[in-house]
Ligand binder design. Structure first.
Ligand SMILES: Nc1ncnc2c1ncn2[C@@H]1O[C@H](COP(=O)(O)OP(=O)(O)OP(=O)(O)O)[C@@H](O)[C@H]1O
Ligand SMILES: [Mg+2]
Length: 269
């Protein structure tokens, strides 16, 4: 099924060439991806918002299963329910109906407190607008999730420094968000998402506010994070950003319109 897949490699100078997917390393990766257990099992999820007398049916029965180590892009027109679905997957919001099993636990009807605990442990978020605290330095922003997780201060400093190094921002650790470029801010947000070692990274339009070159840097970072074993789910409007993912789910009017294996994965080097 995957034998005819091609991988598109993009060089640093923007040139690209195709390569047949005939290397064991890639098969190994796909095998791991498809044999592992589901981290996310969404069954017939419904989400209704009541606004005055009106009911908005944002999700109208979505069923999706995502396995450990997958790299999934969610696409679809504005208003199709992408962010709503991400909020449900990220346990930021509870569905109006259906079942959600996260890492084997049914989280559909948990209390807010229990949801927050699961969220903090299992999920790292990256948003379009970075959502950093303006008065805190990069290092302090990255350390925040560890405070909620009850990690000691020396360990917080150590772990935050490690992920800041990982995203290549060691020289900006003491800078505040307004002293950094958009791409650097987003890298801080990625570091913050990684610091708790979550099983899942959720990113809602992570390159939506970035120029093309900076978007490529962020996508390279996501590629590295995925290669080190994380599950990534990314919402995007842009086809070329979605081509980094191994699977593309398209929503329309609150339902899954298509769910396909991406046959032309772009790998940045
Ligand atoms: N808090 C809310 N209260 C009421 N309606 C909402 C709320 N959040 C979303 N909606 C509605 O639910 C539908 C789905 O919204 P959602 O934000 O999930 O779309 P989206 O696919 O992420 O769109 P975009 O690409 O513009 O970000 C829309 O019709 C939206 O107006
Ligand atoms: Mg959205």
């Amino acid at each position: 099924m995957f034998a005819s897949n091609t991988i598109k490699y993009l060089g640093h100078k923007g040139y690209s060439y195709d390569k047949k997917l005939d290397q064991n390393i890639n098969f190994t990766h796909l095998t791991i991806t498809f044999m592992s257990k589901p981290v996310i099992e969404i069954k017939d999820i419904i989400k209704h918002y009541e606004v005055g007398t009106q009911v908005v049916k944002a999700l109208r029965g979505v069923t999706v299963q995502i396995n450990k180590g997958e790299y999934v892009a969610i696409m679809g027109p504005s208003g199709s329910g992408k962010s709503t679905l991400m909020n449900v997957i990220g346990a930021l919001d509870t569905p109006s109906g259906g079942q959600y099993i996260l890492n084997g636990t049914d989280v559909s009807h948990l209390t807010d407190e229990k949801l927050a605990e699961i969220r903090n442990k299992e999920i790292g978020f990256v948003f379009q607008t970075f959502n950093l605290l303006p008065r805190y330095t990069a290092q302090e922003n990255v350390m925040l999730p560890l405070i909620y997780a009850g990690v000691s201060k020396p360990d917080r400093i150590e772990r935050a420094s490690q992920v800041i190094n990982k995203v290549g921002l060691q020289e900006r650790a003491s800078h505040k968000p307004n002293e950094m470029s958009g791409g650097q801010r987003q890298r801080v947000a990625v570091a913050r998402a990684l610091v708790n070692n979550p099983s899942i990274i959720l990113a809602d339009e992570p390159t939506g506010n970035l120029d093309t070159k900076t978007s490529v840097d962020i996508m390279r970072l996501f590629g590295d994070i995925h290669a080190s074993g994380n599950t990534i789910i990314l919402v995007t409007h842009e086809e070329d950003i979605a081509q980094h993912a191994h699977r593309i789910i398209r929503l329309r009017d609150g339902v899954v319109e298509s769910d396909i294996v991406n046959k032309e994965v772009v790998v940045l080097q």
